[in-house]
Design a protein around this ligand. Sequence first.
Ligand SMILES: Cc1cc2nc3c(=O)[nH]c(=O)nc-3n(C[C@H](O)[C@H](O)[C@H](O)COP(=O)(O)O)c2cc1C
Length: 337
Amino acid sequence: MIENRKLEHLKICAETDVETSHNYWEDITLKHETIPRADLEDINLRTEFLGVTLKAPIIVDAMTGGHPVAKEVNENIARACEALGIGMAVGSQRAAIENSEMEETYSIITKYEVPLRLGNLGAPQFAENYGAEEIERAMEMINAHALEIHFNYLQESIQPEGDTRVGTLREKLRELAPHYPLIGKETGAGISRNAGEFFKNAGFIAIDVSGVSGTSFAAVEYYRGGKHGKLFWNWGLPAPYSLLQLKDLGLPLIGSGGIRNGLHAARALALGANVVGLARPVLKYAMHSYEQTRKFLENVIEELKIALFLTGVSGIGETEKIQYIIRGELAQWLRQC
Ligand SMILES: Cc1cc2nc3c(=O)[nH]c(=O)nc-3n(C[C@H](O)[C@H](O)[C@H](O)COP(=O)(O)O)c2cc1C
């Protein structure tokens, strides 16, 4: 049952350490600017993304829906996103496509003025029988600005009941993408340059990198009995590496996977992300209350502001001017690939 699986994922992610062994955002150091360019309180985090204005360049990325507990989690996140003027993606809407009673666990977010609402469906379902009808239902359900299509083949190949078909997926997505605002998204293993070029050529409107550095879905499935989960725990492309590989494609980029604080967010923006996405770090707060969720995200925003202040930029439009050095394992990835 999808509902049971959703609850298991939430519990494992909230209570167990399912992080990859290395966070590649830690390999980046931003260069300090002795005399800042603007007052701290005047640092402007406001940004335009996919045609809407966000008060800060942050999205709470796709996590849940499809279970009564997920409804509360989504409501707490949506309320916090409304309060802070930031974006939100719901988790895979497959549960509601297959059982309409589950719709309210997602549509609850429309009670709030979330400035950017992203729907979510899985690529493996498009390899099977999903098409235009499912896209339209998912988008209508939350009055979405765009729909993330997640590519989670690492998870599917570890998951005991995994869906590993690819079939004519590329052809199907090439037909659909010109007609809908689609975002190509990973779930923690990173978007390759080849996939990025495919998204660009097919007509996707943005990419959500979700690379290695934070949540490992091989780890999550290991705790659900996936026997190869341990071996593939750290599989994938480092999030900042993936971001750099996609930077010159000309598509808006969500820098995500392992963003754990505002300094990580500043590093992602410096490397070329237009906004950043956080998922698992929000979950433990969203399972408790709206207040805790808002407080955590407010803190990330304050940290981001301080980082921009200390690097001598006055706002989001200038983040690509930030100088940085890259060390350690990330430097090795960049040297060799
Ligand atoms: C509990 C949980 C459920 C998730 N479910 C989905 C999902 O349904 N669809 C999706 O695209 N990504 C899903 N993700 C992946 C996240 O959106 C994100 O890409 C990934 O966790 C990396 O970000 P993080 O390191 O900040 O968690 C989920 C993540 C978590 C923690």
